[in-house]
Design a protein around this ligand. Structure first.
Ligand code: ADP
Ligand code: MG
Length: 357
């Protein structure tokens, strides 16, 4: 399992659609992405940002307007769908209702011209991988939603693709099942060492599964990286806001620090990602609710508007001048802030991040 070679290379791919109203939608705008061999890569973004369009271009279900797509270094743009060593698992499981589970899995292998003796063990193996041993004789209607999703997965895995594409595969499942399937998918990916490219709009799901996450913003990739890195070092305002919770405030670079909204001047030691921005530059900064030091003082600038208990955390909404920010503190704190309190705020070194618009 090497992460050095590229399983899939997307190079400057663009795709636009005409709308029935006579307009044009840029579903993909010059998208480039390297997907490492054996990685679990997640494409994350809100609905309508182009995720499915990119998967469809990779699978060959859609032709890009421009750009190149390569699988293990070979251009596949002109390779027909059925010859691409790529398989897709869709949100709708798309199983054949009149075929048994085993027949559903075998179907694609028969189309590929494999013999019965070749197919039988592959079907067994795929069923075992998704933990459906013994259920090969059932019809899809005799299975739960989660089990049907596993059949769809087994069917794709049995084809031994070079890259497995998964388009919101868990979104039809309820929360508890979804959590279980997230770790199942993680396990499957580890055990098979296959390259998985999964699409989701759910940032928690992305963070739980990805070793690499690519954040989409309106047809473009805003940032690619390890989940932790993207969380700690969001490059843009959109990424900071979309992943986890963030306070985003207008900011201006001053001679000795940065003026942050109504909070005032913050020293350069506290700001990260600001390299080379000259005084006078205006933009935004982002900081995480859990990364704020607070102290109760009668003349503190932050005025507590609301405090709610959320499990082990206190969510504190406070007003600072014209800005409203969220602070997270531990519920175990001996004297937690209360509504009406005044707080003095300070920030740990590097915790306030300069973000692009
Ligand atoms: P996502 O999967 O991130 O929700 P999509 O890739 O499905 O987003 O869609 C991206 C944009 O392209 C959306 O604005 C969508 O309405 C538009 N779009 C997708 N497919 C078509 C199509 N066949 N015709 C017209 N517009 C489309
Ligand atoms: Mg989609």
């Amino acid at each position: 399992m090497s992460h050095e070679t590229s399983a899939l290379t997307i190079n400057r791919v663009s795709k636009q659609f005409s709308t029935p109203e006579g307009g044009v939608v840029r579903a993909l705008d010059n998208v480039s992405l390297e997907v490492a061999e054996g990685s679990f890569t997640v494409l994350l973004g809100p609905s309508g940002c182009g995720k499915t369009t990119l998967l469809r271009c990779i699978a060959g279900l859609e032709a890009a307007d421009s750009g190149e797509i390569s699988l293990r270094g070979q251009r596949i743009d002109d390779v027909p769908v059925w010859k691409r060593r790529v398989n897709t698992v869709f949100q709708s499981y798309a199983l054949f209702p009149h075929l048994t589970v085993a027949q559903n899995i075998a179907f694609g292998l028969q189309m590929d011209g494999l013999s019965k003796t070749q197919i039988a063990p592959r079907v067994e193996e795929a069923l075992a991988m998704v933990r459906l041993d013994g259920l090969g004789g059932r019809r899809p209607s005799q299975l739960s939603g989660g089990q049907q999703q596993r059949v769809a997965l087994a069917r794709a895995l049995a084809k031994e693709p070079e890259v497995l594409l998964l388009d919101e595969p868990l979104s039809a499942l309820d929360l508890k099942l979804r959590r279980g399937m997230q770790s199942e998918l993680k396990r499957l990916q580890r055990e098979t060492s296959l390259t998985f490219v999964l699409v989701t709009h759910d940032q928690e799901e992305a963070m739980a599964m990805a070793d690499t996450v690519a954040v989409f913003d309106a047809g473009r990739i805003a940032q690619v990286g390890e989940p932790r890195d993207v969380y700690l070092r969001p490059r843009t305002r959109f990424v900071a806001d979309f992943i986890g919770e963030a306070n985003v405030l207008p900011a201006e670079v001053m001679d000795a620090g940065v003026r942050v909204g109504s909070i005032g001047d913050v020293g350069l030691d506290v700001i990260s990602g600001i390299d080379g921005q000259p005084p006078g530059t205006r933009g935004h900064v982002a900081f995480r609710p859990e990364n704020i030091n607070w102290e109760r003082t009668p003349n503190g600038d932050a005025h507590v508007l609301d405090v709610t208990f959320v499990g082990g955390d206190l969510h504190i909404v406070a007003e600072v001048g014209e800005d409203t920010i969220t602070i997270r503190a531990s519920s175990h704190h001996e004297e937690p802030p209360r509504t009406g309190d005044h707080l003095d705020l300070s920030f740990p070194a590097g915790s306030v991040r300069w973000v692009e618009d």
